[in-house]
Design a binder for this molecule. Structure first.
Ligand code: PEP
Ligand code: MG
Length: 541
């Protein structure tokens, strides 16, 4: 049987028979209609309240990111506009369960239109609908199977409640849908489970088929040869030494975090610090702006968790696929090319100043240094304005992200005004290839092995050497072990990734000298396509 290809979003390799998540209750316009619309509306309210209570109870038993996600999903169930929407359908004579489905689908269409992070919340909202429909029909929700032996769980997509209910039997996840920021991806990484998303072909495999899942390459191999099946679960052992090449050249292996819980979990690993603290993740569900005191407490908690390890905090990267409710950016034709990242500071200068003030206060409170950097910088002039403002707040280590091709092309000028740069390969890939990073079907263009992207990274690496400025990478490219070696060869000195990816990157770098890495980088850049680059480098190691 041919190997299926999806997107690897959580590293590790696992081999086990496939099981599927049970199908949800399906509602229809032909279902029986309740006699009293007002009574049916009350039943909808009770069903949504019961769903919220169940999700909140699960949140209490879970911890960290999973608890946060379940709490947010419970809040979705209690959103009054959901009950009002379903009530309108009931009043029009729609069967009760189906009225809930229609109301949910209406909201899903709106979230889909927003794209990115919001679009990936559609699965969570649909899960609320499925749970409410099951409650109304008086049947239990189909749960995650627990057969008592290792299994690979396949599903169309997984909702937070499904993922929270995963028992120890599940050794890997494969979904037909979902992108790198879907909850399947986020939760799999936080649990250290290998996961592949966007694997359309998985729908055609029969339950019980033995599959080998590679959460790094995104390959799902049905009926693998016997020698691949020996281990039900194979993960790289965690290495607690600092990242380095075979000849001892240090490459700091840092963590990407988005919350205080992430910080605490990452701080308990051998990571050398934080290369990207995505502060907007703290605020995605906030309707009002957090004040300086609240931000100070949060940042100080993160800084304290890491003792004297480096922490790079990125200022709010709001807009486009990360809309922040308290920053009204209005409707834009092309939000990814609009007011986002540092550009929002032009419209809302106080938001940036508050954040910089809170960071300076947090560093003082924690008695340590903090590095700060701005997202979506296009010109040296913008970099200089940001650096001046950060320094005016007393922050002394100031950098910018290189995510826009213009900034990569003019990296020498950018580096004259900042202390360090960090390459965001996710956005740099999107803007280099003119391909929306949230569009699954453009995955090939968004492949971080694209030689054009590597050429831009090389320009930045050269500028770093010339100006004596550290260059890091904090996009997903840093988590691909082989590509990590190429990036080091291009002059990158630190790599920041989800902590679960560190062990494999650490092991790969330890196998190559700096000269090997430079050779691999030359090979990759001499290739015509992303696939040739990957294959060529793989073949030569
Ligand atoms: C990137 O663009 O590579 C990056 C790290 O930033 P984000 O994914 O948060 O946009
Ligand atoms: Mg980015």
């Amino acid at each position: 049987m041919i190997t299926l290809q999806g997107r690897g979003v959580s590293p590790g390799v696992a081999c086990a028979p496939l099981v599927r998540l049970g199908a949800p209750v399906v509602t229809s316009a032909a279902d029986p209609v309740g006699a009293d619309p007002e009574h049916e509306r009350v039943r909808v309210g009770e069903a949504l309240a019961a769903v919220a209570a169940d999700l909140s109870a699960r949140a209490e038993e879970a911890d960290g990111e999973i608890a946060d996600i379940l709490t947010t999903t419970a809040a979705m169930a209690l959103d009054p506009s959901l009950l009002a929407g379903a009530g309108e359908h009931v009043a029009r004579g729609v069967p009760t369960g189906h009225a809930v489905t229609l109301a949910i689908e209406g909201f899903c269409t709106q979230l889909d239109a927003l794209g990115g992070y919001m679009a990936e919340r559609v699965t969570d909202l649909r899960d609320v609908g499925h749970r409410a429909a099951a409650h109304l029909a008086g049947v239990p929700m189909p749960g995650v199977p627990a057969p008592g032996h290792p299994v690979v769980l396949a599903a169309r997509d997984l909702a937070p409640a499904d993922t929270a209910g995963l028992g120890p039997d599940v050794v890997a996840l494969v979904t037909e849908q979902g992108g790198p920021t879907s909850h399947t991806a986020i939760l799999a990484r936080s649990r250290g489970l290998p996961a592949v998303v966007g694997c359309a072909g998985i729908a055609d495999l029969a339950e019980g088929t033995m599959v080998l899942v590679d959460g790094s390459s995104g390959e799902v191999r049905p009926d693998p040869p016997a020698e691949c099946r020996t281990a039900a679960r194979v993960l790289e052992p965690e290495a607690d030494t600092p990242g380095a090449t075979a000849d001892g050249h240090r490459v700091a292996l840092l963590a990407n975090i988005g919350t205080v819980d992430d910080a605490r979990a990452a701080a308990a690993t051998p990571t050398e610090g934080v290369g990207l603290f995505r502060t907007e993740f703290l605020f995605l569900d906030r309707r009002t702006r957090p004040d300086v005191a609240e931000q100070t407490r949060t940042y100080a908690d993160v800084l304290r968790a890491f003792g004297d390890r480096r922490v790079v905090v990125r200022t709010l990267d709001a807009g486009s696929d990360k809309p922040v409710p308290f920053l009204p950016l209005g409707d834009e034709e092309n939000p990814a090319l609009g007011v986002r990242g540092l550009r929002t500071a032009g419209r809302f200068p106080d938001v940036l100043d508050d954040q910089l003030a809170a960071l300076a206060a947090a560093a003082a409170a924690a008695g340590r240094e903090v590095d700060v950097m701005a997202p979506m910088v296009a010109t040296a002039e913008e970099a200089e304005r940001f650096a001046d403002r950060a320094r005016a707040h007393g922050l002394s280590r100031v950098g910018v992200m290189i995510e826009v091709p213009a900034a990569a092309l003019r990296a020498r000028e950018v580096m004259e005004v900042v202390d360090f740069v960090s390459i965001g390969t996710n956005d740099l890939g999107q803007y280099t290839m003119a391909a929306d990073r949230t569009a699954g079907e453009l995955g090939d263009l968004l492949d971080p092995w694209q030689p054009a992207l590597l050429d831009l990274v090389a320009l930045v690496g050269d500028a770093g050497r010339l100006r004596g400025r550290p260059v890091g990478v904090c996009g997903e490219a840093a988590a691909d072990p082989l590509l990590a070696a190429v990036l080091v060869g291009l002059g990158v000195g630190s790599l920041s990734m989800a902590p679960v990816s560190r062990a494999a990157v650490h092991a790969r770098l330890a196998r190559h000298t700096v000269a090997d890495c430079a050779h691999l980088a030359d090979l990759a850049r001499a290739s015509r396509t992303a696939a040739e680059a990957r294959r060529g480098v793989e073949a030569s190691t």
